[in-house]
Design a protein around this ligand. Structure first.
Ligand code: SF4
Ligand code: SF4
Length: 501
């Protein structure tokens, strides 16, 4: 036996009493785990190829298959976990950088789960969202610090360009290439129906999706893939991507195997060539450079569109955000440590950056202290999992949240964290036509709309419970939050009191 043999992480368990040999599992598994021998009517499975995407167990008409985590493990060792040993084996065999996808699965604190929300009791009565109006609309962009009058004495109502969302949630950047055409179509349709936005990511905008422009944020990343004048004009806002929570400080790499057909055309690069986005923008080495890029994009779009600058949450994020606010950007998008990705070096994903909760609180406070909070809106992302995460984020100072992993889960993703392989059995993170067609964009859009409508109701209920009837009144209202199980330092950074205080 080869020295690098490892017992598979997952086992495919087939119940022979239920299996009717329909071979659907064999057909549906892009990883070729199941093999049926028609002559002997027997099954073999190559468990080592299984990524636990749950497709076969979901499509099996008789519920004959389940995937279980293998209990064949190395001896317990608090220092050398099974995962660590497996990774060393892999690297000793391949000599390569470990790649993963989706957000960091590490057990570091999720601060949303250590923050509790207030509710009115005797005084300041709660509001019943079924009977009373609740405002969930938000406008993102620069706001004036005070009311001013024009020379003729009338109030100056002119505003810098804004984007309007019917609720404080939008779909975060995911490129066409990292996700499929049908996944993009579902996001675009849902954003349009909901009155929110989806984001092209760095892959350009497919010509079929120009019609969704009013609900599209177009991204300009370091590789400048698919960026041209019509593209900039098509979106409602333009996002400059300086960083991403899942891989701060590194660029992107979409392998040539995924640069096929329309993906290549949309990115404006040859088929089969690797799409490598450099780690930095080669024209941005200072806030002054960033300012030039912000104003070049404003100029190109006649000052009609807000410019977003997206950064990863890193150690000095408050100072970085202060610089971005002064660069002329209208919106800052901050993506936290747990942010998802289609592919990232595992070591970077799991060890670089800081949680979005701490980054958000620090940035909001810094911008307030410097008197420039109204110069920018803040959009945060990086594992926003529920309506309560949104409510807590807004109370910590966010104007809106971006969701990507939650949106993909709504589309059917099982978080197998194998997107980088390009064989997503749910038709999401793949360009293989036979897999892409498994995702019906109309069904996907309906599920996204359902999810957002459900969250909107929950947001209203939580706000009503606090006696608050608008997102605007909740934003930065940290009095509505209490921490539990946190250190003094963590509470200080979050700017919230301990539960019981
Ligand atoms: S990779 Fe997915 S479809 Fe294939 S055996 Fe594993 S769970 Fe089933
Ligand atoms: S998108 Fe597909 S490949 Fe990626 S984690 Fe989800 S199910 Fe797995």
């Amino acid at each position: 036996m080869s020295v690098d043999f490892l017992y598979p992480e997952f086992e495919v368990v087939r119940n022979p009493n239920r299996c009717v040999n329909c071979r659907l599992c064999e057909k549906e598994c892009s990883n070729e785990v199941h093999k049926f021998n028609p002559a002997t009517k027997t099954w073999t499975t190559d468990d080592s190829k299984c990524v636990n995407c749950q497709r076969c167990s979901a499509v099996c008409p008789t519920r004959a298959i389940k995937i279980v985590k293998s209990d064949c493990a190395f001896r317990e060792n608090a220092n050398w976990s099974n995962q660590t040993i497996r990774e060393i084996f892999k690297q000793a065999g391949s000599g390569g950088v470990l790649l993963s996808s989706m957000g960091a699965p590490t057990p570091l604190p999720v601060y949303w789960d250590k923050i509790l929300v207030n509710a009115s009791q005797v005084t300041n009565p709660s509001i019943d969202p079924l009977r009373e109006p609740m405002e969930t609309r938000v406008f993102l962009g620069k706001k004036p610090n005070r009311i001013t009058r024009r020379p003729d004495g009338k109030i100056d109502v002119r505003l810098e360009p804004q984007i309007e969302l019917t609720m404080p949630v939008m779909f975060s950047a995911m490129s066409y290439g990292s996700i499929s055409y049908n996944a993009h179509a579902a996001l675009a349709m849902a954003a349009t129906e909901l009155g929110i936005y989806y984001n092209t990511g760095e892959g350009g905008l497919h010509e079929d999706f120009y019609k969704y422009g009013p609900n599209t944020i177009v991204q300009v990343a370091s590789g400048r893939f698919g960026v041209h004048e019509n593209y900039l004009q098509a979106g409602a806002a333009i996002e400059i991507k300086m960083g991403q929570g899942a891989k701060p400080g590194v660029g992107g790499h979409l392998p040539g195997a995924k640069i096929v057909g329309d993906v290549a055309k949309t990115r404006m690069i040859p088929e089969g060539s690797d799409a490598i986005s450099p780690a930095p923008h080669h024209d941005v080495y200072s806030i002054e450079d960033l300012r030039q890029l912000v104003f070049s994009l404003k100029e190109a779009t006649e000052y009609q569109k807000p410019i977003i600058v997206k950064v990863a949450a890193v150690h000095n994020i408050a100072a970085i955000a202060s610089g971005i606010a002064r660069s002329g950007a209208d919106i800052i998008a901050i993506d936290g440590y747990r942010g998802g990705t289609g592919a990232a070096p595992t070591r970077i994903r799991d060890n670089v950056g800081i949680p979005i909760e701490l980054a958000l609180a620090a940035v909001d406070q810094r911008l307030r202290d410097e008197g420039i909070r109204n110069d920018v809106s803040l959009v945060v992302s990086g594992s926003i999992r529920s309506a309560s995460d949104v409510v807590k984020a807004v109370a910590l100072g966010a104007d809106a949240c971006g969701i990507a992993t939650s949106a993909l889960i709504a589309l059917g993703c099982r978080l197998c964290r194998s997107c980088q392989l390009g064989k997503c059995n749910w038709g999401i993170a793949t360009q293989r036509p036979e897999l892409v067609k498994r995702l019906d964009p109309n069904v996907g859009a309906r599920r996204l709309v359902n999810l957002m409508n459900a969250w909107r109701r929950e947001i209203k209920e939580m706000m009503g419970g606090m006696g608050i009837n608008s997102i605007e009144a909740l934003r930065g209202n940290r009095m509505m939050l209490r921490g539990l199980g946190l250190t003094e330092k963590e509470l200080e950074i979050l700017g919230v009191s301990h539960a019981g205080e």
